[in-house]
Design a protein around this ligand. Structure first.
Ligand SMILES: [Zn+2]
Length: 78
């Protein structure tokens, strides 16, 4: 089976590269912050993607499915 992909911020990301997904919107107080209110999706390289609440929920759902069926044996996801 091909690697499961999820679309985040106009990028197709393999689920296995995701380390964690933020539960709350980003807030750091920096005046020039570009990601205020976005949800952070941490990748296993030293990088993060930023997304909105709806897309974040889709990422968590895809991860949850994948983690419970990593080989895609149920074959019904995506
Ligand atoms: Zn910030």
């Amino acid at each position: 089976m091909d690697s499961p992909l999820i679309r985040i911020d106009d990028k197709q990301v393999p689920l296995y590269r995701i380390v964690w997904v933020a539960d709350v919107p980003h807030f750091c107080g920096e005046a020039d912050c570009m990601h205020e209110g976005d949800y952070e999706v941490r990748l296993d390289v030293d990088d993060s993607l930023w997304t909105g609440a709806t897309e974040r929920d889709a990422v968590v759902e895809a991860l949850t499915k994948w983690c419970s069926d990593p080989r895609g044996e149920e074959g019904d996801w995506l």
